[in-house]
Design a protein around this ligand. Sequence first.
Ligand code: ATP
Ligand code: MG
Length: 399
Amino acid sequence: MEEVILIRYGELNTKGKNRKIFIDRLEGNIKKKLSSYPDLEIRAYRDRMYLYFKEYEVNKILDNIKDVFGIQSFSLAKKINNDYQNIEDEIMNIIDFSLYQTFKVITKRGDKNYPLISDEINRKIAHRILKDTTLKVDVHNYDLGINIDIRAGYAYVFFDKIKGAGGYPVGISGKGLLMLSGGIDSPVAGYLSMKRGVKIECLHFASPPYTSQKALNKVLQLASKYLNYVDEVIVHNVNLTDLQLLINKNVDSSYSMTILRRMMYRIAHRLCELRDIEVIINGESIAQVASQTLQSIVVINEVTNRPIIRPCACLDKLEIIEQAKKIDTYTTSILPYEDCCTIFLPPNPSTNPKLKRVLINEERFDYEKELDKCLEHYETITINKDNVNEILHIDEDLF
Ligand code: ATP
Ligand code: MG
């Protein structure tokens, strides 16, 4: 008897003729995720995948699979010969019935030529269990669910369905540039977009020496959390110091935040062009702060025609925090290091900026030259499993 991991697809099922592309991508992503297990074998079919493993610790493999997007659920299954008597005998052998009180048999017959229909199999197996053990049937509240999946030549028997990460395989939906601050919202925004199959690159703005190496490390630490879902994370670190100083010197203070954010979007827009990335993603949430009122968003958004995906737009802060805790970014996000948005925070940022006045303010300095500079000198850091420790320990006593 062989053990195999049975993987059920998520929303891929609705994807018609694109299904093969989705399945191939999922297979590739699973292989990457499990690259430290070179002897694994994946057999992918229209409706599910089977993952064959050698003498590895199966629990670790199952743990890894939990974070792969595009999987609805998975099970550790016994693969056996599908002769009816064999199925019945194996079930009686495999299960330690002393652990349970109630059961239900759930048969699915993928092989429509099989001589017995599902209901007959359910009844026959149940009959045998009732005869040989003290268990009772309870179809609503059972503590042992015996799933039998009949396929041509084989049957798969499993007991638990483990919930998968859902969503689409990362990479299937194109690329997004995630504006990643050290805050709570943007790491969640990145996670939610990856879950929809978007491959992300991160863009971080730093303003040294006003923002510290510790603040940057915090961002890299947050980005590294994405290694649970992808095999590498790219972070572009753009130095915004000179631009910020110019904004502060030249712009009406109530408009400095609006204009700073327009500059950020301009840089993000250009980086998308340079890196062949379709959309910008950020952690904005409607009305959370002055720059995120709908009126501010209109004026800030005006500098780019790239779609801006805001996965947190309609979530309450508490909902975002809940999600951040789930993906283990929260405790890092609340470390108290400064962000370039907070260092020169004006006392009275406008919640209802007017485009005309923004444009007048922007004419007061040569921001194009500064944008060019930002894009000539940015630094790109690629984090993967091999270098993550080295990258996060630039300063040993950071966290
Ligand atoms: P977060 O929103 O991530 O919790 P925050 O609340 O400090 O951080 P906001 O002022 O709400 O940030 O900024 C809104 C969004 O702008 C962020 O979610 C992020 O996408 C982007 N952003 C802010 N600061 C930066 C930065 N230093 N680098 C890159 N993106 C940033
Ligand atoms: Mg925020």
